[in-house]
Design a protein around this ligand. Sequence first.
Ligand SMILES: NC(=O)c1ccc[n+]([C@@H]2O[C@H](COP(=O)([O-])OP(=O)(O)OC[C@H]3O[C@@H](n4cnc5c(N)ncnc54)[C@H](OP(=O)(O)O)[C@@H]3O)[C@@H](O)[C@H]2O)c1
Length: 280
Amino acid sequence: MRKVCVITGGYGGMGHASALSLGEEYFLLVSGRDVVKLESEVRELTRLGFDVEGVRADVRDEQDVRSLASRAQALGEVACVIHTAGVSPADSVATDIVSTNAVGTVNMVKSFSPVLSEGGVMINFASMAAYSMEPTQEWLDAFAQWDSPAFFDAMMGQVGEDDGCEDSFFRDGIAYSLSKRFVLYFTQMNTERFAHRGCRILSISPGCYLTPMHEKLIANQPDVAENQLELIPEGRWGHPYEIGSLVRFLCDSAAAYITGVDILADGGSTAEVFVPQIES
Ligand SMILES: NC(=O)c1ccc[n+]([C@@H]2O[C@H](COP(=O)([O-])OP(=O)(O)OC[C@H]3O[C@@H](n4cnc5c(N)ncnc54)[C@H](OP(=O)(O)O)[C@@H]3O)[C@@H](O)[C@H]2O)c1
């Protein structure tokens, strides 16, 4: 039976890089919410010789995600799910950030946990921003409501009121950190559940990679981008193909003992910011 790899955010920077690194081994089921961009991605991956199909799905829509999971199962053995779809303050407001990153991840895990085949792996994309704020008890209480209709409101309650006075970029930034901290925490909450089915689940927290998402930040907020670059010990932005290589390793049987963790791939930024560095 053919092995299927599902990639959300399929035509995004990290989704595309993941498809390139996994396409030789798996049948690719790439997904995104824009049909035109999705068709173009399918054409490109087909041109490169990969077996691929595109399915339109908005990860905020539980029914869309369920249909994506059913299609994956119909195509073969669902071996890996690379959930890269996400939005950031570079082009989205707090409500979209929470609904896409947090609610979208709940939808993905709920729909794919029953269809992932034994030995399969699910990788959710968090962010180094998840490390920028310590989760409070109130955050954890909101996270605990992941399966309740009140979840979105509970999360937005942690972002704070939109009183029209506060800088919206500040609120959007909190929503991003909160939603990505949730991705990391929720992934870990599922470790035992996945292990019981012979599967793994983990997250990747990228730092700053040169994808369309980060290019928007560089274009719209060059000062913020410059400050970020100064705080990267590696002294450069990450390249999407580096995420592709990491994803390929994490899907391989060589990584069979790696589950329930977050892989922080940020060129050293978090250590630089939060841990006193020894002078060279
Ligand atoms: N690039 C970085 O430096 C960086 C840093 C930290 C974390 N991350 C995280 O890494 C992941 C991948 O980011 P990237 O850099 O590859 O960004 P990207 O190039 O913008 O790709 C993200 C993709 O997600 C899709 N998407 C957004 N909302 C969606 C929805 N509701 N349903 C389905 N698809 C949706 C976008 O397509 P449409 O908008 O056309 O739907 C886009 O193709 C994201 O979760 C991001 O938060 C990235």
